[in-house]
Design a protein around this ligand. Sequence first.
Ligand code: HPA
Length: 246
Amino acid sequence: MEMIGIVLGSGLGVLAEEVDITREISFAEAGLAVSTVPGHAGKFIFGKLGGTDVILMKGRVHLYESHGAEAVTAGVRWMAEQGVDSLVLTNAAGTLNRDFAPGEWMMLSDHLNLTGTSPLSGANFIDMSEPYDALWRTAFRTAASNQSMKLNEGIYASLRGPQYETPAEIRMLRTIGADAVGMSTVLEAIQARALGLRVVGFSCLTNWAAGMQKNLSHEEVLETGTSAAHVMAGLLKEVISVSTRS
Ligand code: HPA
């Protein structure tokens, strides 16, 4: 049977409230590196969402914590070993697109890996022409429309961080086609595609990017994430139950 992994971004831990939990395994117990960022307590939560088996990964580690690309993607490999065949990646991101407001969600149509690194090495020339599964995206688009939810779609750019961007960097990112900016997700998407997983990604737009609002704090990012997480839980539940029925 299908099993879905769901990686929770900053402030999105409340998604776990929607899951009928069967067991929890800490990153330490799973032999993984532990995150030090507030709002990122590291554990895997096994359970059911909309009748489907899920593993939530709460508290990913980031490049800006001085972890390498391999540590950042260890959770994806671990979930694949547990039998996960589909992966939902979520993150908190700044919005560069004036039509996409903070508090809204953006489904990733594609990404820009600006981290300067990769979880893959050697002659691992995997195809990345469709990083985020087109059929699965259609299902999410339909579910969002059923729920009268505004679901934006666009391109997510990932930088290493941890500092937020400068206004000049944001202008550059907009010029090269980004709609949202953050510090995660792309390496996990690359790793997941290399393992043959079906992937979809969502950015919780927590703030206007630098230069578009006065200043930016991690607290604001966590607060907006928490209130928007329930909307995403509803969407995931609908799509996941539908995909189980079909
Ligand atoms: N920039 C980078 N990462 C982020 C942002 C941002 O504006 N908001 C949340 N994560």
